[in-house]
Design a protein around this ligand. Structure first.
Ligand code: IMP
Ligand code: MG
Length: 194
């Protein structure tokens, strides 16, 4: 069936779809071209913030033909909340040596900015040759600390979104689209015993 004839059914827990899988794929491709233009033929090290950035990182790096290395950092998650509480903490840090290396830090979404600020600081302390940052989504309205990403997939409004790696209480990461979670599904009790 041609793609245009398929009407994607919306997940019942989503109030609206912001970006379909097709739109994400297209933007990831053009974002990869922007990144490629910045690095030329250089090798760089991708540092991905897990779990949220797994899908984005996997798709983005397959669109980039530079020599790349991959490492991951795990930061404390929101748990069963939709807003960041307190200061994020690093749970698992880098394995690769990044001194004198070009580093591209990738996250799923830039919200208050606390996570990206914390991790950028940690990376800078390890004296890389350069550091650039890339996020799929940017919720500018919620910024609390002064930080912007060098590469942004889509700016989004101040709504809690899930899918394509983004979660609520670890659910919905496997949705191929990105959508706004229904308010009644944003309660900790919605998943307390799940
Ligand atoms: P920040 O530290 O407030 O910028 O938050 C960044 C982290 O919060 C991201 O890595 C996400 O894991 C999470 N986050 C922020 N907004 C959302 C959202 O709308 N849906 C899912 N996770 C989010
Ligand atoms: Mg996350």
């Amino acid at each position: 069936m041609p793609a245009a004839d398929r009407t994607p059914s919306i997940h019942p827990d989503l109030a609206e779809v912001l970006f379909t899988d097709v739109q994400i794929k297209e933007r990831v491709k053009s974002l990869a071209a922007e990144i490629k233009a910045a690095y030329g033929e250089q090798e760089f090290t991708i540092v991905s913030l897990i779990n949220g950035a797994v899908m984005f990182t996997a798709d983005l790096m397959r669109e980039i033909d530079n020599p790349v290395r991959l490492d991951c950092i795990r930061v404390t998650s929101y748990g069963v909340h939709t807003k960041s509480i307190g200061t994020p903490q690093i749970i698992h840090s880098l394995t690769l040596d990044i001194m004198q290396r070009h580093v591209l830090l990738i996250d799923d979404i830039l919200d208050t900015g606390k996570t990206l600020k914390l991790v950028s600081g940690l990376i800078r302390d390890l004296r890389p040759a350069s550091l650039r940052t890339c996020v799929l989504l940017d919720k500018k309205a919620r910024r609390e600390v002064a930080i912007e990403a060098d590469f942004v997939g889509f700016p989004i409004p101040d709504k809690f979104v899930v899918g394509y790696g983004l979660d609520f209480a670890e659910r919905y990461r496997n949705l191929p689209c990105i959508g706004v979670l229904r308010p009644e599904r944003q309660q900790p009790s919605a998943w307390a015993s799940g």
